[in-house]
Unconditional design. Structure first.
Length: 309
């Protein structure tokens, strides 16, 4: 076996390219997390002198763009290394530890870091109009700071493991060629299925995000409370729209998804009141739920009783 521990599952040059891509992705992940921490620190120390909406939008773009795709690249190259080199998934203790760390990084990022940054952007874009928005923003700020620090810490640990390769080699035989081929096929099929499912879900959500919302003039609607519904298939959104004196005076959610993003989306109601129309921009990072709530408002006004002109 060569000195660098790589068997000839792939030729040396492709393996070097793969290793380079892996290192680049790791650098981008840690760089993006460090950039996020720096931005959060500036908001904390100079908050009164900063435009929070601009800062939050920048942070959301950073984690949903550079950070997320670099993280996916890091995971993909790690899987490729384990599949197509002698490292394997379990032959070395330090490789097992790296997989534990990488899994933890992905889990924390997708479940806490990205949702926290998205939530901050959504609350800012909705002008903190939902109940307890200030307290919720502060909680998300602390969550984003903690998770970004954790990601950097895990990244440093993974880098140390890669350089020093501690704990040696487990006394475990390499699987046979046939078994190796089967393992590779199963993992590639699972990865391909996950990517296909993700693309299909993304395409479905994009349909709702691009949905047109029409203006309905409240000046021709009789006073009253009107209920509107809109369905995305598995869930039906319901809102009550109150019209008084030819003006929309209140919009409330009767039935909304029990998710943080759906709650952030209710910030769109203040836009409806300010513009006296459901044809307003959706809340950033809560676009799908915002669109469905706006469609429900449109349907409520479209089905309302008309006053005589």
């Amino acid at each position: 076996m060569p000195d660098d521990g790589l068997a000839a599952n792939l030729p040396p040059k492709p393996l070097k390219i793969l290793k380079t891509l892996h290192l680049i992705c790791m650098g981008l992940v840690m760089g993006a997390a460090a950039g996020l921490l720096t931005s959060l620190r500036l908001m904390y120390t100079r908050g009164d002198n900063l435009d929070h909406l601009t800062a939050d939008m920048f942070q959301a773009s950073l984690v949903n763009g550079l950070f997320m795709w670099a993280l996916y690249g890091l995971l993909a190259t790690a899987i490729a290394f384990s599949l197509f080199s002698s490292w394997g998934f379990f032959r070395h203790t330090w490789i097992v530890l790296k997989w534990v760390g990488l899994t933890l990084m992905v889990f924390c990022s997708t479940n806490w870091l990205i949702p926290a940054v998205d939530g901050m952007a959504a609350l800012s874009d909705g002008l903190y109009s939902i109940p307890d928005a200030g307290e919720l923003y502060s909680s998300l700020f602390r969550q984003a700071t903690t998770m970004a620090s954790l990601v950097i810490g895990i990244g440093v640990t993974l880098s140390v493991l890669s350089v020093f390769k501690p704990f040696g080699l487990w006394q475990r035989r390499q699987p046979s060629r046939q078994k190796t081929i089967i393992i590779r096929m199963i993992i590639l099929l699972l990865a391909g299925g996950a990517v296909a499912a993700s693309l299909m879900q993304s395409a479905k959500l994009q349909t709702y995000r691009q949905m047109e919302i029409s203006h309905v003039e409240p000046a021709f609607i009789r006073d009253g409370v009107y209920r509107g519904v809109a369905s995305d298939g598995p869930f039906t959104y319901q809102v009550d729209v109150t019209v008084k004196g030819k003006t929309i005076v209140e919009v409330t959610a009767v039935s909304n998804r029990a998710t943080p993003y759906a709650r952030y989306a209710e910030g769109v109601f203040s836009r409806v009141l300010n513009n006296q129309s459901p044809a307003v921009d959706a809340i950033t990072r809560a676009t799908t739920s915002s669109k469905m709530l706006l469609k429900a408002v449109e349907n409520a006004l479209s089905g309302a009783t008309r006053s005589e002109e």
